[in-house]
Design a protein around this ligand. Structure first.
Ligand code: NI
Length: 395
């Protein structure tokens, strides 16, 4: 009998899945917060070097890139992005490879995202794309700063398309979502400071009370979604902090509200920011107050364009068969900083099923969240094949 090297359904040779699984568990044990991913980056540099990727180097602080040469010099290059940072959460999964860092946890699956990018590199080394594939391990996704830093570093100059994905326990391992249109929301932040005239709590007629104005404004802000935004378009406005006052018998002269605005397309994003300013200023005036309204713009909406999404869907069917593709279970109103890349480049952001058969749902950013190990191999294979199909289509 001749023995053949075992190749997994996703295309990994004997021992490679074990090696990737060990890398993932190592990353999970040693999570690091945004911009502090020093040992994570060092581990990933070692892993990419070990598998024979070229041009392995640090970028954008704690980021890493590497290159897998394509079959044809000068063919369009495609990037695969995995994010690498963890969250300030105390892990409660009970996993044998749970976090060893107190109060820090890979509660958003970025340990798996980093590992499947390395796995995709292994698969692309064996079966290269038409053009080069850039492996991009991005820091600081959770603070929505890493993607912009990567773009600023020039690491994606000359790249023609970019693909990335997120683990998701709403779907079983082997199920994948690649959907055209909005898949994550913009995440902008606002601060409204209402200024009136303070005085004695027993003599409100001598004052302009910013607390009563703030109360009216909190209710009015909710009408932006209920009465102003097209009801067919999702949106969220949340007032998250309210600060005013110092003592029980004093009307303060100032009240401050902060919160977040989420939208799924650039037009409704701009509309909600403008309407928040409008209602704040007009309602303040009605209460004899003035309003100072400031915005901090965060991630843009993440909108998958049709062409690159079609390449990803072909890849899902080729790797996993026709039953693997799933419709998105509702629009995600969270932000994802991959959206910064899609403002500049074509591409697609997928969701990769991460619940083991019979496993329970756990939301990302919760102390019980983890991704099943097999999601590493599915994500690696789908992203590698997506890169190949994108490069072929772009070529
Ligand atoms: Ni995440």
């Amino acid at each position: 009998m001749t023995s053949h090297p075992r190749v997994s359904p996703q295309g990994f040779a004997d021992g490679e899945e074990e090696w990737l699984g060990a890398l993932r568990r190592d990353l999970h044990r040693h999570p690091e917060l945004s911009w502090q991913e020093e040992s994570t980056a060092a581990r990933l540099v070692n892993a990419l070097t070990a598998i024979g990727a070229t041009e392995v180097r640090r970028i954008a602080g704690t980021g890493v890139t590497a290159r897998l040469p394509g079959r044809r010099a000068g063919a369009p290059a495609v990037a695969i992005r995995g994010d690498i940072d963890a969250l300030p959460i105390r892990e409660a999964t009970g996993l044998s490879f749970a976090s060893e860092i107190p109060g820090v946890m890979h509660a958003c699956g970025h340990d798996v995202h980093a590992t499947w990018a390395v796995g995709a590199a292994m698969l692309l080394r064996e079966a290269p794309a038409e053009g080069d594939v850039v492996i991009l391990l991005q820091p600081a996704e959770e603070v929505a700063e890493g993607a912009a830093a990567v773009l600023g570093s020039g690491a994606l100059d000359g790249v023609s398309a970019i693909f990335g994905a997120h683990v998701d326990r709403r779907y079983e391992v082997g199920q994948v979502v690649a959907q055209t249109g909005p898949v994550a929301a913009s995440a902008d932040f606002f601060e409204v400071e209402l200024t009136g005239a303070g005085g004695h709590g027993a003599r409100p007629h001598e004052c302009a009370d910013p607390i009563v104005g703030a109360g009216a404004l909190i209710g009015a802000i909710q009408t932006l979604i209920a009465r102003r935004l097209d009801p067919a378009i999702p949106g969220v406005v949340t007032v998250a902090t309210v600060h005013a006052g110092t003592a029980d018998n004093i009307i303060p002269d100032r009240a401050t509200l902060t919160g977040t605005i989420r939208a799924v397309d650039p037009a409704s994003r701009a509309f909600l920011l403008e309407e928040l300013r409008h209602v704040s200023e007009r309602l303040a005036a009605a209460h004899h107050l003035t309003a100072r309204v400031e915005f901090a713009r965060g991630t843009p909406p993440l909108v998958n364009p049709p062409g690159p999404t079609a390449w990803a869907r072909e890849a899902i069917r080729a790797v996993l068969g026709p039953g693997a593709e799933m419709p998105m279970a509702g629009t995600n109103m969270g932000g994802e900083d991959f959206a910064f890349y899609l403002e500049r480049l074509p591409g697609c952001f997928l969701r990769i099923g991460a619940r083991e058969p019979g496993g329970a749902y756990a939301p990302a950013h919760s102390p019980g969240f983890y991704a099943a190990e097999e999601s590493v191999f599915v994500g690696a294979a789908v992203l590698a094949e997506t890169a190949r199909r994108a490069a072929a289509a772009l070529g």
